[in-house]
Design a protein around this ligand. Structure first.
Ligand SMILES: *[C@@H]1O[C@H](CO)[C@@H](O)[C@H](O)[C@H]1NC(C)=O
Length: 291
């Protein structure tokens, strides 16, 4: 047998034994469609019926439940007015991220033996980077842990992030000699202990392959040294004094209730001193029980 005979054999077999399910045949030129935002997307659907010259064509979109796209010869909301059909192939105009999903082309040929044929077309709408939201604290305390955040939720595929300090790019990742870590996928820039030298203008950029990168305006971050001021000293001093006073009161009450008799005994043993009447607890007792 030469090669022509080899090729002819399967064709001959098919002709001799027509498939018992010969019926409406539905196919697509492209099962996975990728379209940029605001461009047109062609959802291809081709069919061939056995007998039926005028089959019913329906397009549905599956997501949260099934919605009609094309039904009874018309496009349904939200496709009405922004879609065309040619044969069974649909063109969606000016697609948005909301149009992403799985579309099903169903062809019903009532006169055919197996009347229903269907194919799925997956549409993925790509979205270029949007201006990210940047979270930069205004003032931080030197030595404290600080996190800066950057997010662009809209871009498809998800954006990667880079940070700039005073318009100079910060190296991503975490190097042993850098005291910050930068995650290009989450957009987080983290300082374990922020230093005076970290003060500056921070901005972040989101990128994906679909369009040009976008940057937020950015913010200034000030780093404050922890300094002792007079009001702070006074406040700390007053706090300590109050705490001491409370402790004293607590101890005195303890003495008065006799729950610390053991301590008292030990104290007396130690210092060989009896409890003298001028001790604080006696004073308090006198104050609390004037009778
Ligand atoms: C199309 O997808 C649906 C689910 O979304 C599935 O039930 C159906 O079998 C698929 N059809 C084909 C021809 O792949």
């Amino acid at each position: 047998m030469d090669s022509t005979q080899l090729l002819a054999l399967p064709v001959l077999l098919t002709l001799l034994h027509p498939s018992p399910t010969a019926s409406v045949a539905v196919s697509t030129g492209k099962a996975k469609v990728v379209a940029h935002e605001n461009s047109n997307a062609v959802l291809s659907c081709e069919f061939k019926t056995e007998k039926d010259p005028d089959p019913r064509i329906e397009w549905k979109k599956s997501g949260k439940g099934i919605t009609f796209v094309y039904f009874e010869g018309n496009f349904r909301e939200p496709y009405a007015g922004r879609a065309d059909i040619d044969g069974a192939t649909v063109t969606l105009h000016s697609v948005t991220q909301k149009d992403s999903g799985v579309y099903r082309c169903e062809v019903t040929a009532k006169l055919d033996r197996v009347p229903l044929g269907e194919i799925n077309v997956t549409l993925n709408v790509l979205v270029p980077p949007h201006t990210p939201s940047c979270e930069v604290p205004e003032t931080v305390l030197s030595g404290s842990a600080v996190e800066l955040h950057c997010k662009d939720k809209l871009s498809v595929p998800p954006a990667t992030y880079s940070w700039y300090k005073d318009n100079k790019p910060l190296a991503p990742g975490h190097t042993p000699d850098s005291h910050y870590s930068l995650d290009t996928h989450t957009g987080a820039l983290k300082f374990k202990a922020v230093a005076k030298a970290d003060a500056g203008h921070y901005r972040c950029e989101s990128s994906n392959d679909v369009g040009p990168p976008k940057s937020c305006a950015g913010h200034n971050m000030k780093v404050k040294e922890f300094e002792l001021s007079l009001p702070l000293l006074i406040a700390v001093g007053a706090g300590a004094f109050l705490l001491l006073l409370l402790c004293c009161l607590g101890v005195c009450l303890c003495y008065r209730r006799g729950c610390c008799c053991c301590c008292r005994r030990r104290q007396s043993e130690f210092f060989s001193l009896p409890c003298s009447p001028w001790q604080p607890h006696t004073l308090l007792a006198a104050l609390l029980q004037p009778s």
